[in-house]
Design a protein around this ligand. Structure first.
Ligand code: HEM
Length: 474
């Protein structure tokens, strides 16, 4: 075994709460759920294939047995629907885009939108992603050596930039900065859990948070409508002159079975859905990858060397060549899956991992728990991207590693997200060394997605480059 391998296996155990020996009592549980639900998981969750219990909302089963998860997400998928809390929270703003649509409306949208996220199409977005990464590198260089930046916030800007460049590649219209500000407000609002949604109050009861930001939301809706209308009329005039970005693809998309396109409302709902579902999740994946690399000199060097070798030329198939970087990203979202839990409501009774599931029970599949489960992983809490390299990945059960879910409702944007995260992580690591400032403790917190508590301050210094240019693209 080489020294490098020995070193890599020399146990980096990234920060995470120690599972509780016993479940919390009801009051302490409510408090912990409000502050950081990650701190409520017990040892049993990480050691048993299924843990059932009653909460205020009814019976809940946390399932970590791959065969049972396969049953819920694939084989018996018709018996499970997205639970109503999730739907209530999201559908008020996403208005029946792919993430929140159900039944026949979802089926039609899914088959109509599938080609947009097929491999070839996603690969055509690599140059736009590389340009967004280059813009980030330029911005950090201008900030000066050693400055401390909130990497979580910086990276969220890049993921919004990538979506802007891949959805609206010919611009945001007359007031791009105003649209960007409204877009940020919009997605900050979506990210908050409103107590009225939890109580199930109907949409006409005004939500305080949304009330305050309503002008920004209206402005963003109107801006998106205007961009769509302009693009539609330009497409009608001369389709060949239009960019092949997501907006054009959405406007041209046709249901392969009926030949019907999407309505104006569906185009808008899906533009907003892609931004909502795709920016913070991907930003978390990049943020945690950069944090883990800052803790692991061996992997930082491996990624920097790979980036040095593979970047600098064409962006075509770039992410395919960045295999080690991709393994780091996959390991980062194993340890810190951006979506901590996927939940479903059982429509009828079922049996999972030998336990009866009653009609109406909530079934929780928690990638955070599953990915650190003692029965499924060797040294589950240790950072080790080699798990995803040289054929080792093929030995991971498909239903033991679920950062993107699985089955018909699995993430449609997974290839897009992995490609983007790989390019951005490689680009940053090639150009910079990041260090957590002394005295700052990084801690994961579950707030809709899994993020570092209070952001991720890091000192940014230029990396001494061995060869090649700074930018990905000529
Ligand atoms: C690292 C980044 C991402 C993660 C971890 C992630 C995770 C997930 C997961 C776990 C689901 C399934 C939820 C469930 O079964 O209840 C999902 C669904 C979805 N994701 Fe992602 N996602 C990411 C990036 C993206 C991107 C970039 C896009 C689009 C540009 C996207 C669009 C969607 C949509 C539309 C759905 C709903 C699919 C359906 O119901 O048919 N996601 N995502």
């Amino acid at each position: 075994m080489s020294l490098l391998t020995l070193d890599t296996r020399a146990s980096l155990r990234p920060p995470a709460p120690v599972p509780r020996a016993e479940p919390l009592g009801p009051i302490a549980l409510l408090k912990a759920l409000r502050n950081n639900p990650l701190e409520t998981w017990t040892r049993a969750h990480f050691e048993q294939p299924i843990v059932t219990g009653g909460l205020l909302i009814g019976e809940v089963a946390v399932v970590s047995d791959p065969a049972s998860i396969r049953r819920v997400l694939l084989e018996n998928v018709g018996n499970y629907r997205k639970d109503s809390l999730q739907r209530r929270m999201l559908s008020a703003v996403l208005r029946d885009g792919l993430l929140t649509a159900e039944a026949e409306q979802w089926r039609i949208q899914r088959r109509t939108l599938a080609p947009l996220f097929a491999k070839r199409c996603v690969m055509s977005f690599a140059p736009a992603m590389a340009r967004a990464a280059d813009a980030l590198v330029d911005r950090w260089r201008r900030r000066g050596e050693g400055c401390v930046l909130d990497i979580a916030a910086e990276v969220t800007q890049v993921t919004l930039d990538v979506l802007e460049r891949t959805i609206f590649s010919d611009g945001l219209g007359g007031d791009p900065e105003d649209v960007r500000t409204a877009m940020r407000t919009y997605f900050d609002t979506i990210g908050r859990i409103d107590p009225f949604d939890v109580l199930g109050l109907p949409d006409f009861v005004p939500r305080l948070g949304r009330w305050r930001v309503r002008p920004a939301l209206r402005f963003f809706d109107a801006a998106v409508d205007a961009i769509i209308a302009t693009r539609r009329s330009r497409l009608a005039e001369d389709p060949s002159a239009m960019p092949r970005d997501i907006l054009t693809l959405l406007l041209e998309a046709q249901d392969p079975e009926t030949g019907h396109g999407l309505s104006e409302a569906e185009v808008r709902a899906n533009v907003i859905t892609f931004i909502a579902a795709g920016h913070e999740t991907t930003a978390n994946a990049i943020t945690w990858s950069l944090f883990l690399l800052s803790q692991s000199p061996q992997w930082r060097e491996r990624v920097a060397a790979e980036a040095e070798r593979e970047m600098g030329g064409s962006a075509d198939a770039l992410a395919e060549r960045l295999v080690e970087t991709r393994a780091v990203v996959e390991e980062a979202i194993r340890l810190y899956p951006p979506l901590v839990a996927i939940s479903r409501a059982a429509i009828g009774p079922d049996e999972l991992a030998g336990q009866r599931i009653r009609r109406g029970a909530m079934v929780v599949i928690a990638p955070y728990v599953l990915h650190r489960h003692r029965l499924l992983w060797d040294r589950p809490d240790i950072f080790d991207p080699d798990r995803f390299l040289n054929g080792a990945r093929d030995r991971i059960d498909r239903y033991a590693y679920l950062p993107f879910g699985a089955g018909p409702r699995g993430c449609i944007g997974s290839a897009f997200a992995l490609q983007e995260a790989t390019i951005v992580v490689a680009s940053v690591t090639r150009n910079f060394e990041l260090r957590v400032p002394p005295g700052h403790a990084v801690w994961p917190v579950h707030r809709v997605t899994l993020r570092p508590q209070g952001g991720l301050p890091m000192a940014v210094r230029s990396r001494v480059r061995t060869r090649g240019r700074q930018h990905t693209l000529s």
